[in-house]
Ligand binder design. Structure first.
Ligand code: ADP
Ligand code: ZN
Ligand code: ZN
Length: 744
């Protein structure tokens, strides 16, 4: 090979903002064909899997370059729109391309495993079966199965799941007799057999028409649409219609749902209504399953993909529509590694793919409302509940000076009693899991705190769990037994203070011994299917659910008529500028659980601050009145969406290291700022993080804000190389978060 031969530039999953040069193996030439293929390369003493990002002329010292060990793909895996969008994401998050690509690929592909097979399974009659069929006794399950299969010609397993309970037993029996057989086919070969939904009401019909116009290209292809509809207004019906249209045009649809929104109930609804296989992509799948869905999307076989945050990285060679359900949900923001926002990236991809992006929520984020107000998004409203369901009645219960039992007032307990006596279900919402948030010594004032998460200035309390027997830190996971006596004064008067979901459960189980009392929080739902099983335990019987925000959405509970919200008062006085927005969204979402079906619902808000402006605005004006006020305040204070933020975080075992690194970073920003003429940048800090120590690591942060997004990115572009090169950087773990959602 000569020195002038082109070389391959490979993106490797390393925290270094550059590509790595290699020669093509053996006598092969480094052509453009390589771009987007995975390769195995030597790296120091290791081997890594990367993706060829560029082919370019050799620079000096080419002869010293190492050769690629193997090419892993017959065809480029990352190409076209997805490759371009991921490059954009790398620039926007200021993260190395190799790390972005590694984040986008399913783990099995990242490790270098081949793209898996992705056929679907279907059943058909054998030749012999066709003659045998009339002989099968009518009315039996095998006969029903055989009839279904015959009618369809080729019946997909997904659709069978919808059409017949436990069809597998019948299928096995018939297969043994040679009457039916199971065949592998490309999923796209299965014709849709959709089930009709309810007739859209006027509001829905208008919205569906707008989306249809957007899809049919009467307008341009890309179009952001904000579907702003109260809970139960039939947003999901609108998605289903839009997806059906998309499928009818032979295109793929991607639906993002929040972490806990992807219940088996929701998937079943999608499968039944769309009549095509629906590929689910979520954290409950193993690596193989995830890679299969990704591959099926890559081949264009997966027509509908429904998934959580990382599903935004599936290839969509025949894209027609992207839906982001509950677009305000915080789970769309990745909080470590590549800190992308799946909703924001969905808009970027939608634009690149030239397809409509439908953002839905009953409580849209202030960012999206701001965009709608500015005319950048089409604002579609659904103001009424669909069908016969009515909006719940909300009442505020002032509990100042009232006696409370585990934080519950007498009036509230009576209301719950009423509800269950009438055969309904009640939900008690409390945003604190565990038994009690604090363990306090009544004699000397000592309280249990986590040593790994506390500093002399900042105590991080441990939460009491297991009915008062165990202490647990919700930040680092540390656990220990509750001490028998106070470590400071040896007193035995240790008392759990305050109430968590466990203690409320204990109290309610005692007061309502006659009905099931089910607790749903992260402590009680570690197992994959635990959430569904909790709901199954309750069924439609009268009973009580207690839970954290996990209960704010997901499984539909038609018999739920009372929602009681307790202990939201801490949220009313938080320093986080997003706290108000989060609380308002949570209150509306939880309230929306009440009265979803024919039965009217009621919401009780128990508080010590009934006059608080947030509650007043929310109750009398609704979410939009709140949002309008909040947006005005954000504008006045120069917060997002009126300013753009980037948060530089650093942490280290050594207390001084993060501050040293961030001071250097601040200097780098200041130096870079000189070169940027327009003075639109503000730098705050460095300061200890709101939680200054966590899991033994000292934490600090530096906040950069600008009212111009472009300026912010130019600043980051010029300062980051300095940070990567800094010796101080090696003493800390640091990360950059563009558009941080959480300033903690
Ligand atoms: P959202 O997603 O806005 O919470 P859904 O689409 O889940 O609302 O609809 C709420 C309930 O109302 C569901 O049970 C749904 O089947 C029903 N529904 C939706 N649209 C209609 C309609 N046009 N007529 C009758 N029922 C409807
Ligand atoms: Zn004590
Ligand atoms: Zn801790």
């Amino acid at each position: 090979m000569s020195v002038t031969d082109p070389i391959l530039r490979v993106a490797l999953p390393l925290p270094l903002p550059r590509l790595f040069d290699y020669r093509a193996p053996g006598t092969e030439a480094a052509t453009q064909d390589w771009i987007g293929r995975r390769v195995r390369v030597p790296f120091g003493p290791r081997e890594l899997v990367g993706v060829v990002a560029e082919v370019g002329p050799a620079e000096d010292g080419t002869h010293e370059l190492r050769e690629i060990l193997a090419c892993l793909d017959d065809a480029p895996l990352l190409h076209g729109e997805l490759a371009d969008s991921l490059r954009w994401l790398s620039r926007y998050t200021h993260a190395p391309l190799g790390e972005v690509l590694a984040t986008a690929l399913p783990a099995a592909l990242r490790r270098g495993e081949p793209l898996p097979d992705t056929h679907a399974w279907a059943w058909r009659l054998t030749e012999a079966g066709a003659t045998h069929l009339p002989a099968l006794r009518a009315g039996t399950r095998p006969r029903r199965f055989a009839d279904l299969v015959q009618a369809a010609g080729l019946h997909g397993e997904d659709a069978l799941d919808v059409a017949m309970d436990d069809w597998r037993t019948a299928a096995r029996a018939l297969a043994k007799r040679g009457i039916v057989e199971r065949v592998a086919i490309p999923a796209s070969q299965l014709a849709p057999t959709p089930q009709p939904g309810p007739t859209p009401n006027d509001e829905q019909a208008a919205v569906i028409e707008t989306i249809r116009a957007a899809q049919s290209g009467a307008c341009t292809g890309f179009m952001p649409l904000l579907l702003d509809g109260v809970t139960g207004s039939g947003k999901t019906e609108v998605y289903l219609q839009a997806i059906a249209d998309c499928l009818a045009r032979g295109r793929q649809a991607l639906v993002l749902v929040p972490e806990i929104g992807l219940t088996p109930q929701a998937l079943a609804r999608f499968r039944a209504r769309l009549g095509v296989p629906v590929h689910a992509l979520h954290s409950g799948l193993n690596d193989n399953e995830r890679a299969r869905v990704w591959a099926a999307a890559w081949r264009g076989e997966a027509r509908v993909i429904v998934g959580t945050r990382s599903a935004i990285f599936v290839p969509l060679p025949q894209a027609g529509l992207i839906v982001v359900d509950e677009e305000h949900d915080a789970s769309y923001k990745q909080q470590d590694g590549i800190r992308y926002h799946a909703r924001d990236f969905a808009l970027v991809r939608g634009k690149a793919l030239d397809v409509p992006v439908l953002l839905g929520s009953a409580t849209p984020s202030l960012e999206s409302l701001h965009n709608a107000n500015a005319g950048r998004y089409a604002h579609l409203r659904l103001t009424r509940r669909a069908g016969n369901a009515q909006a719940p009645r909300v009442r505020v219960l002032d509990v100042r000076k009232r006696p409370l039992d585990a934080g519950l007032s007498v009036e509230l307990l009576e209301a719950i009693r009423d509800t269950v006596d009438r055969g309904g279900q009640a939900l008690v919402f409390k945003n604190r899991r565990g038994y009690a948030p604090v363990l306090l010594c009544h004699d000397c004032g000592w309280s249990a705190h986590c040593h790994r998460c506390s500093t002399p200035e900042h105590n991080s309390p441990m939460t009491v769990h297991a009915g008062g027997r165990r202490l647990q830190c919700h930040h680092c996971g540390a656990r220990q037994a509750v001490p028998k006596a106070c470590p400071d004064c040896a007193s035995l008067a240790l008392q759990p203070q305050g109430n968590g979901t466990e203690r409320i459960e204990e109290t309610l189980a005692r007061v309502f011994a006659d009905v099931p009392v089910v607790r749903v929080d992260r402590g009680s739902t570690r197992r994959k299917d635990a959430l569904e099983r909790h709901f199954d335990t309750l069924g439609d019987r009268p009973g009580i659910l207690i839970g954290t925000q996990m209960l704010a959405k997901g499984h539909d509970l038609p018999n739920l008529t009372l929602v009681a919200v307790v202990g939201i008062d801490e949220g009313l006085f938080s320093a986080d500028f997003r706290a108000g927005e989060k609380l308002a969204q949570l209150l509306i979402q939880v309230s929306g659980r009440a009265g979803r079906a024919e039965k009217p619902g009621e919401v009780w808000l128990q508080t010590h601050h009934p006059e608080h402006p947030l509650l007043q605005t929310l109750i009398h004006g609704g979410y939009h009145a709140f949002a309008e006020q909040e947006l005005a305040q954000r504008e006045a204070a120069g917060f997002p969406p009126f300013a753009h933020l980037a948060l530089l975080r650093a942490e280290a075992k050594h207390a001084d290291a993060p501050m040293m690194f961030l001071r250097e970073a601040k200097q780098a920003f200041a130096d870079a700022d000189q070169t940027i003429t327009d003075q639109t940048i503000a730098i705050h800090g460095p300061l200890p993080a709101p939680m200054p120590k966590r899991a033994g690591m000292h934490r600090a942060q530096l906040l950069v804000s600008s009212n111009e997004r472009r300026q912010l990115h130019r600043l980051l572009d010029s300062a980051l190389p300095v940070l990567y090169a800094s010796p101080e950087a090696r003493k800390v773990r640091w990360s950059l978060d563009v558009d941080p959602v959480d300033l903690y």
